[in-house]
Design a protein around this ligand. Structure first.
Ligand code: ATP
Ligand code: MG
Length: 430
């Protein structure tokens, strides 16, 4: 029979990889908690319109990357697999009345995103983002805090050599003037641009600065800079954010060409990159989106946040030689010889598990030798061996699989003895 394979650009997390993910997610949850963020979980499917209206018609996500769902007999709205988290978070904020609760609302999520892209290292069709959003504050301290959260996580993961790129792209008041300048600059150069950029020039010239086509990079160099067109309020906000980052001791690089790929950003935009990752070097991207909540039918509410790709973060950790989440060994493997009632092994394992220890037994009716091999491969810390003789005396041989030493222990004392040796006393479930 032909085997069916997973879709291109996706991956499986097997038990060998899972500890890295679990450890990373645990670190993230801990940092998010210390910064005062609460977790949000939203559906994988959303209305197509949610992203069309917010991310923007002229973006890659909406033009090329969304998975649109077809369902049998469905006559409602068109659904898509969620391509990004911010619009979904805004929808949930409004739909659940969080805008009537304490402000600002500080939310985070760890959720998969779906984009039909060309799969390559660090670029998948399903990827997981850690995202945070602060809804309801226009203060630059909120921008600074969101960035500090990402940087604290990186710091605690032991990552060094990350570069923060920072820019301000203004607001609806100062943007039109900048847009005009950009149009004036690009129009005479249109012939030399890639097809996408030519098509987007008149509708959304800012997108041109975000183009990844190497030929178009040359033109970016001389293009007008957003920071030269900011209104007074935007300029002050940007200065205050930089002062906050300075105060916290974070260094950053001002990157006047940075605009980010989505339409809804205002003022602050930033990216955090790691040089060792090749082309897919952006681990985290975010910024402010003061008009977004209104655009989705909510009251005027400012917001700021980021999205961080966890696959790229794990690749970064690997590239920088940082370990994370070693698989925990099994505490005890219960091995019995042929003459011994196998239910005894099941019972002992169950008792140990109730005590909060991890334990397993042989489920393949293997020989004692094969069971001990299985215990080593697990790897297990201890083997509990019950042969005919041990069984007759109500004892077990406790073999330390790391040190190699072994000792007879009365079965009744086994759970305590194991807990003591593993340093897990008092770990029993109450
Ligand atoms: P890129 O410029 O690399 O396409 P983007 O601007 O589309 O990124 P965002 O929409 O800002 O990315 O998503 C936030 C983060 O999610 C990115 O910085 C990246 O770490 C991660 N990310 C985005 N798309 C993918 C993908 N296809 N596979 C893996 N990670 C991704
Ligand atoms: Mg992209």
């Amino acid at each position: 029979m032909e085997r069916i394979q997973r879709p291109r650009g996706t991956y499986d997390v097997t038990p060998a990889d899972a500890p890295r993910w679990q450890a990373l997610e645990a670190r993230i949850r801990d940092v998010a908690r210390r910064f005062g963020f609460g977790e949000l979980r939203t559906p994988v499917i959303e209305a197509r319109e949610l992203f069309q209206r917010t991310v923007g018609e002229s973006t890659d996500i909406v033009q090329k990357e969304m998975y649109v769902l077809r369902s049998h007999g469905g006559s409602g709205r068109e659904l898509v697999l969620r391509p990004e988290g911010t619009a979904a978070a805004v929808r949930a904020y409004l739909e659940n009345g969080l805008h009537n609760g304490p402000q600002p609302a500080k939310l985070f999520y760890i959720q998969p995103m779906f984009r039909h892209e060309r799969p390559q290292a660090g670029r998948y069709r399903q990827h997981v983002q850690f995202g945070v959003e602060v809804f309801g504050s226009a203060e630059p301290t909120a921008d600074a805090e969101v960035m500090a959260l990402a940087l604290t996580l990186f710091q605690e993961l032991g990552l060094e050599g990350l570069e923060i790129h920072l820019n301000s792209i203004g607001c609806p008041r100062c943007r039109p003037r900048y847009r005009e300048a950009l149009l004036e600059y690009y129009r005479p150069r249109a012939g030399a641009l890639c097809a996408d950029c030519r098509a987007r020039l008149e509708t959304n010239p800012l997108r041109l600065l975000d183009c990844k086509d190497p030929n178009d990079q040359i033109h970016k160099e001389g293009a007008p800079r957003t920071v030269d067109y900011l209104c007074d309020e935007c300029r002050e906000h940007f200065a205050a954010l930089r002062a906050a980052l300075d105060r916290l001791g974070y260094s950053y690089r001002l990157d006047p060409g940075l605009v980010r790929g989505l339409d809804y950003y205002t003022r602050t935009v930033f990216e955090i990159k790691y040089g060792g990752l090749g082309a897919q070097d952006t681990v985290c991207g975010g910024g402010r989106y003061d008009g977004l909540i209104e655009l989705l039918g909510g009251p005027p509410t400012p917001g700021v946040g980021f999205g961080m790709g966890l696959e790229r973060l794990l690749l970064t950790l690997e590239a920088s030689g940082r370990g994370l989440g070693e698989p925990a060994p099994l505490d005890a493997f219960i091995a019995v010889t042929g003459g011994v009632d196998r239910l005894r092994a099941l019972e002992i394992a169950q008792e140990l598990r109730r005590r909060g220890l991890s334990a397993d037994i042989d489920h393949l009716a293997r020989s004692l030798k094969a069971q001990l091999r299985a215990a080593s491969r697990y790897p297990a810390r201890f083997a509990v061996i019950i042969g005919d003789e041990e069984a007759a005396r109500g004892e077990a041989t406790l073999r330390d699989l790391v040190a190699g030493a072994e000792e007879r222990v009365p079965l009744a004392a086994l759970p305590d003895e194991l807990a003591r040796r593993l340093g897990k006393q008092g770990g029993g479930r109450v």
